[in-house]
Ligand binder design. Structure first.
Ligand SMILES: Cc1cc2nc3c(=O)[nH]c(=O)nc-3n(C[C@H](O)[C@H](O)[C@H](O)COP(=O)(O)OP(=O)(O)OC[C@H]3O[C@@H](n4cnc5c(N)ncnc54)[C@H](O)[C@@H]3O)c2cc1C
Length: 433
């Protein structure tokens, strides 16, 4: 049952809210209450990483770690110098959860199931004495002389009063308030009501839809490494260019894969401004430049002279289906022998390999991780304590802040870091709580 008055109220039972509440209670803060609007706390942890939960990323140097955050990079230097990947791994280990690194650096629970992350956090909260209120959402909040006055909406089965509409609303006062409501609009509304500027949310980490139909016929082809260049025309600003390298996946709508998702994350705001239109230039040859390819082709002309182009692809990592597509796009008959490749066709082929141009027709589906870019303006937050600079006694953590990372466990890492820092501040700055 939700009391009328509590010391610390954490609104939002996701990754950041649980970390804040657990770490605060473990650091000696008494009377910590965690409100979760839905019937299922930690729901995003549960569904994350395809049900495996990519808890963090094996990037141990805080200076390198910040480079994975399109929004928040500079501001996160301080927080990560105090609680970064190694600290998160140790924290989970101390709470009974071993994390294992995969070849690409992503870290998952040894069980390979997100349920063990959920279980670990819920057990830690119970053991630390955190009071969890499920089905209770913070609807409104305002400053009061002793802290905050809020109104919570509790689902019927949690309320012992008569089952009237009025009985579902519950007043609650707290000395300290932590907003951990993720990308949900209600948290942005509460933060704005307490005086915060909220950077408008836009989607991040999505694939791109492309117009080139013949490329889409190659759906399922993965290529690495590939260099990507995104050219955007903006209505009232200079054109913008974004670059990224890595693995991509051709889909039935366009292009996806880690490098493409990273590209859209860094370009999220400009892509929105450009109406999700623009040009994508793909260097399918990765590190090989046009000049190098010209020289290589001259070599193949003599070394592979009698081989047909369609039967001998230049390097094994180049997908055969993609190679045939590039030959067709360059107007090269795949039955032609290497010795007979005309110079004009050679130039077209090199152009296709190193700078294929595709028109972007819109935003494709989201990647495995969906996050919003935008949220509470970092300029109004003391990043050492997650305390609001405009509203005393308020702290903001997790995805509600204008911070988002690329795919790979970086978004959760920010939740662990901001939650842990907020908790230390609750224990240290206000020992009376
Ligand atoms: C499908 C998917 C997969 C993902 N996979 C990964 C991954 O593998 N690795 C990674 O790093 N990131 C991943 N992410 C991103 C990651 O899940 C988020 O960055 C992270 O969950 C944000 O945590 P949070 O605690 O800030 O917010 P949330 O997890 O959104 O939690 C906020 C909670 O607050 C509750 N709430 C909202 N408003 C109120 C209110 N007014 N009162 C009370 N409660 C409220 C919500 O119900 C919710 O439970 C994934 C995201 C998605 C959608």
């Amino acid at each position: 049952m939700l009391p009328d008055r509590v010391s610390v109220l954490v609104a939002g039972g996701g990754a950041s809210g649980f970390m804040t509440a657990i770490a605060a209670a473990e650091a000696g803060v008494a009377d910590v209450h965690l409100l979760e609007a839905t019937a299922e706390p930690l729901q995003k942890v549960r569904i994350s990483g395809g049900g495996r939960c990519n808890v963090t990323h094996a990037c141990w140097d805080p200076r390198a770690l910040v480079g994975h955050y399109p929004r928040g990079e500079r501001a996160l230097r301080g927080p990560f110098s105090r609680f970064a990947t190694g600290d998160a791994v140790a924290w989970f280990e101390a709470h009974g959860l071993t994390l294992v690194e995969e070849a690409d650096g992503r870290m998952f629970p040894r069980s390979n199931s997100s349920e063990s992350v959920v279980a670990s956090l819920r057990q830690a909260a119970r053991r630390a004495g955190v009071q969890l209120h499920i089905g209770a959402s913070l609807q409104a909040v305002s400053r009061s002389s002793g802290g905050f006055e809020g109104v919570a909406r509790c689902s019927a089965e949690r309320v012992t009063h008569r089952s009237t509409a009025e009985a579902r609303q519950k007043s609650i006062a707290c000395r300290r308030l932590v907003l951990a409501t993720g990308g949900h609009p209600s948290g942005r509304m509460l933060a704005a009501g307490l005086g915060h500027r909220v950077v408008p949310p836009v989607p991040s980490l999505f694939s791109l839809a492309l117009a080139e139909r013949t490329l889409l016929e190659l759906a399922g082809v993965a290529m690495a490494p590939v260099d990507l260049q995104l050219n955007l025309e903006l209505p009232s600003a200079e054109p913008r260019v974004f670059r990224q390298s890595g693995a991509v996946l051709i889909t039935h709508k366009g292009l996806s894969g880690p490098a493409l998702l990273k590209l859209t994350a860094f370009a999220a705001r400009d892509l929105k401004a450009a109406g999700y239109g623009g040009e994508l230039v793909v260097n399918w040859a990765g590190p090989r430049s046009a000049v190098e390819l010209e020289a290589l082709i001259d070599q193949w002309r003599s070394e592979q002279a009698r081989r047909q182009l369609g039967r001998w692809r230049p390097w094994s990592a180049l997908s055969r289906r993609l190679w045939l597509h590039l030959l067709a796009a360059a107007g090269v008959d795949p039955q032609l022998r290497w010795a007979d490749l005309p110079r004009t066709r050679q130039r077209a082929l090199v152009q296709g390999l190193t700078a294929s141009r595709y028109r972007i027709t819109g935003r494709g589906p989201f990647g495995e991780e969906f996050v919003t870019a935008g949220g509470v303006d970092l300029g109004e937050i003391n990043m050492a304590t997650m305390e609001s600079r405009v509203c005393a006694g308020l702290q903001v953590v997790g995805e509600l802040l204008d911070v988002d990372g690329i795919t790979g466990g970086f978004n959760f890492q920010h939740c662990w870091t901001s939650g842990w820092l907020a908790a230390q501040a609750l224990a240290n700055i206000d020992p009376d709580v």
